[in-house]
Design a protein around this ligand. Structure first.
Ligand SMILES: Cc1ncc(COP(=O)(O)O)c(C=O)c1O
Length: 398
């Protein structure tokens, strides 16, 4: 949802001509959109520090690097996520150790325990589709084994667990503000942390290692090697307008989600994703299960036949989100050579048995909650969806 608010913020940047977030102090006439958005993020989500970067993938990479995760380290992460989560782990030279999810659609704490070795350095839950992992169980595991906890909260902006916003609970957390997220900068991301050292390092790492201590960029020191993951002032300006609307977006999502859930609740065979803290669900999706893979596939076919499949996601067949279709990872296809030992461990972990995840994902369909639905559209969509599922379930019962 865009409007005059976004246009006003972007125009303020264009008027000064200073599109970069650092430097040019005089010419920018006091306009610091990225800094303002970082402050707004801390105020809204309760993090002590926020470092904006150019996207969610860069935010995860920065969080991993600034927490010292690199060569030889293992990062335990779920089999259901977006490819970006393992890309970030690989990009710092660490090993993505994929493990099973459970009916929360996020990391199974038992699978995490089973995967811990003396090389494990970090657990990275991914709060998929607007809702949360079982953070209490994962925090206990990390404490017991002295592991770092990084939250990939890219898909769960505004969701919380027991009163704390997702992304602010672990040692660091990341949001994505790409175009399909609850609030967007067009492209953008943020690292949130309560650790001042991680923040200072994130600030430098995402800008070529600059220490940002003076007003002359050319005279900055470089205490370590960094990269360019900067966000632009134009992108931050869009985000600044969007964060002011976030509560409204969440309210609409929650209302539409609750109404749709009621409509699907009495459909035979339908059950719902387990949410560790239902009050904290940001409600970007309603994720539901059917009794078997055959039922789920039959429902997908019925939705297609009725021309109402759009907005309903069968992740089991999706190329981006689930291990089953990540052939490039399973074959470890990279453009540049990986260290042979890293390649061997990547191959091992990507080709394990994920039967427990398959049994969840093969039965799961997620319905996207749209902000722009009218009450009438929501009613019609819910009724058509429920009718299609009923048709299949009645046929199966015969
Ligand atoms: C779970 C998850 N992690 C990371 C990312 C990466 O975010 P970006 O697209 O901003 O790089 C995404 C984006 O869709 C995501 O869904």
């Amino acid at each position: 949802m865009f409007g005059d608010e976004e246009r006003k913020e972007v125009n303020e940047v264009l008027e000064t001509g200073i599109l970069m977030r650092y430097g040019f102090d005089g010419a920018r006439k006091g306009r610091w959109k990225a800094k303002e958005l970082e402050e707004a993020i801390n105020n809204k989500f309760g993090s002590k520090h926020a470092q904006l970067v150019c996207n969610g993938t860069a935010a995860l990479t920065t969080a991993l690097a600034t927490l010292g995760i690199g060569y030889g380290d293992e990062v335990i992460m779920p089999s259901f996520t977006f490819v970006a989560s393992f890309e970030a782990v690989l990009s710092v030279g660490a090993v993505p150790v994929l493990v099973d999810i459970d009916d929360t659609l996020t990391l199974s704490p038992d699978a995490v325990r089973d995967a811990i070795t003396d090389k494990t350095k970090c657990v990275m839950p991914v709060h998929m589709c607007g809702s949360m992992a079982d953070m209490e169980a994962l925090q206990a595991i990390c404490k017991e084994h002295k592991l770092l906890l990084i939250e990939d909260a890219c898909q769960s902006i505004g969701a919380s667990y027991k009163g704390k916003y997702l992304g602010t609970i672990g040692d660091a957390g990341a949001f994505s503000f790409d175009f399909v997220k609850t609030m967007t900068c067009a492209e953008g991301g943020v690292v949130m942390t309560n650790n001042a050292d991680v923040y200072t390092k994130s600030d430098g790492y995402s800008d070529h290692g600059h220490d940002h201590k003076g007003v002359d960029r050319g005279a900055d020191l470089h205490p370590f090697i960094g990269y360019n993951y900067r966000i632009s002032e134009l992108h931050a300006a869009v985000g600044l307008a969007q964060i002011k609307k976030l509560d409204k977006f969440l309210e609409i999502q929650k209302r539409n989600h609750a109404a749709l859930k009621v409509m699907l609740s009495d459909v035979p065979g339908v059950s719902f994703r387990r949410i560790p803290d239902p009050q904290g669900d940001s409600c970007t999706f309603l994720s539901w299960f059917l009794p078997s893979e055959e039922d789920a596939r039959a429902v997908v076919s019925e939705l297609k036949a009725k021309n109402i499949l759009a907005g309903n996601f069968y992740w089991f067949d999706n190329n981006w989100h689930y291990i089953r279709k990540w052939d490039h990872l399973k074959q470890s296809i990279t453009l540049n050579a990986l260290h042979p030992q890293l390649k061997q461990t990547v191959l091992h972990h990507a080709n394990k048995n994920f039967a427990a995840s398959d049994s969840v994902m093969s039965r799961c369909i997620s319905t996207l909650i749209n902000l722009s639905w009218t009450e009438q559209q929501l009613k019609e969509k819910g009724q058509a969806l429920a009718a299609a599922i009923k048709t299949v379930m009645v046929k199966e019962a015969v």
